[in-house]
Design a protein around this ligand. Sequence first.
Ligand SMILES: NC(=O)c1ccc[n+]([C@@H]2O[C@H](COP(=O)([O-])OP(=O)(O)OC[C@H]3O[C@@H](n4cnc5c(N)ncnc54)[C@H](O)[C@@H]3O)[C@@H](O)[C@H]2O)c1
Length: 312
Amino acid sequence: MLTGRADEVVGIDNLNAYYDIQLKKDRLATFGGQMRFVQMDICDAPAMDALFARERFDAVVSLAAQVGVRHSFEAPAAYFHTNVDGLRQVLDCCRRYAVRHLVFASSSSVYGNARQVPFREDMPLGEPLSVYAGTKQQAEALAASYARLYGMTVTALRYFSVYGPWGRPDMAPMLFARSIAQGCPLQLYGEGKMLRDFTFIDDIARGTVAVLDKGLAPEGGIRVPAAGTEGVFKIYNIGAGRPVSLPDFIALLEEALGRKAVIRYLPMQEGDAYRTWADTSLLERETGFRPQVSLEEGVARFVRWFQSRSNS
Ligand SMILES: NC(=O)c1ccc[n+]([C@@H]2O[C@H](COP(=O)([O-])OP(=O)(O)OC[C@H]3O[C@@H](n4cnc5c(N)ncnc54)[C@H](O)[C@@H]3O)[C@@H](O)[C@H]2O)c1
């Protein structure tokens, strides 16, 4: 999206082995020469400092994270390392090199099992249900304190269940699609009662860029960061705003794949929220952005990509 409008973009990723590295490399290859890519760890302080000194970024979008709710019970240190200490490195570099706007990925998981729906940014947060969710809550708190202390402009985006082409292989849409396509039993936790606010990747990308641009526009009130000046810390949900039950999501996949699922119903798993549902009115009011891709269209586009990748 940024490369498409001729912004100069540098991408960094340590290409960790949490899931298939080839998928990450193939995804990167889709950028062709439009983005300069540097393989590095955001926790590598000297490398980060050299990068920021060389590039003098106007804006930074920080998406790097150790992801996966379940894995966070097995390897909590990796989550703290990247999601909290790694974000601190990014914040420090943005502060030292006067980056005008830092946008970073938080998560709907910060709401836990909040009773009130839809989830609003100003609600008190629920108890984090996983280490992953706990690190995202900590990341938000850290970013808020940097913005205030150092006069920075920082925005946290709470993404809701992202799906679409090039998505993560450990997430439900890909796991479900694979089970259906291969005719294997599909494990459905929560006895099929969970609701998710699935959000198509293009809407996530468009919403992120809308927030990024608003922060960089002069009327957005963004100034060169400096200690002693007032910081700006904002949080926006980016979700479709339409929770769907997992059986309904599976039915759309079945239709697009032309095959029936063999569903094995299982109890709730530790760490999962019963439902997610984004209130996106703040995002719409302040940026004019509204999700555009319906679930039906998004699932059809995801399945087209899934089938082309399976056949390649
Ligand atoms: N996918 C979702 O549904 C979802 C929902 C809410 C929030 N998010 C957040 O959005 C962001 C992107 O998530 P994603 O689903 O695309 O996951 P992803 O794993 O595909 O992307 C994260 C990338 O970060 C890289 N990375 C991890 N640790 C790093 C480090 N120390 N230094 C440099 N790179 C590192 C990984 O190699 C990976 O390519 C994450 O911050 C995630 O927490 C995602």
